[in-house]
Design a protein around this ligand. Sequence first.
Ligand code: ADP
Length: 300
Amino acid sequence: MELRIQHLSKQYSNGVQALKDINLTIPSGMFGLLGPNGAGKSTLMRTLATLQDADAGTATLDNIKISEQKDQIRRLLGYLPQDFGLYPKVSAYDLLDHFALLKGLLNRKQRKEAVDALLHQTNLYSVKNKHLGGFSGGMRQRFGIAQALLGDPKLIIVDEPTAGLDPEERVRFHNLLADIGTEKIVILSTHIVEDVADLCNNMAVIDKGSVILSGQPLRLIEQIQGKIWKRFIEKIELAAYQQKYPLISSRLTSGRTLIHVYADERPDNSFNPAQGNLEDVYFSAMAGLLPSAMPIQRAA
Ligand code: ADP
């Protein structure tokens, strides 16, 4: 399976250009779409989920044009939107059963089998008769995945699914996504680098409506090795360091400020080499520091 996005653009009526000539080829497996709030991720996800139209460009799943063959795409699509609302007074079982009916699972026995299987898969079977209003954030998101997986979709889109989850729930949710299967396309939109680092074999970074980097996380990490430098500084020195060096991140570690700098050569003897990770890739891309040869590899 392959999802091809070509020259996709979208301007909202208030003048915001949310997508600017997006080009991406997304193969089967987990694909991470990473970017800060306001980057355009949800706009892209909603467009792929047939919920809104782009102004220009195309998106094609194998031979199906998303903007023109919406019914066909919807039969192949599972979608967990960012603001997934639940009926608080309905039980998990009843709501999933209802969604299954809407998906066209009319046979009562088959529907029960499908609903039970998904409740097991998402570890919600033991709470299936509880009202959704009493669910934790993690349980709600797992329920969201259960409804997205109804009808065995081939393209699964999950928009910011781990925002607000505690670390334990996030790991649980990651394990659930990782088990979905490699023959489907799963697009995970997130502003959390760890989500992509843990799960995705392909990724893109989007900022201000444009794709600024794409490729395989492991290869992108390889490409920055030897270029990330670290040192501890005093917090009050931060602004001065920002001015002087291509700083990509600063974080408080054990009460001290650790900075990372992107540079081909060691900036000076006070810096030590750092093992570059996906966060360094992301922040270097966001700071516009990656060489132009590196962005926009074909995600394959
Ligand atoms: P993200 O999901 O990465 O946070 P969005 O796609 O939600 O980004 O938003 C991209 C940009 O488009 C933002 O500037 C946002 O304010 C704007 N935007 C999103 N939806 C609408 C809308 N319905 N009308 C006008 N502007 C919008």
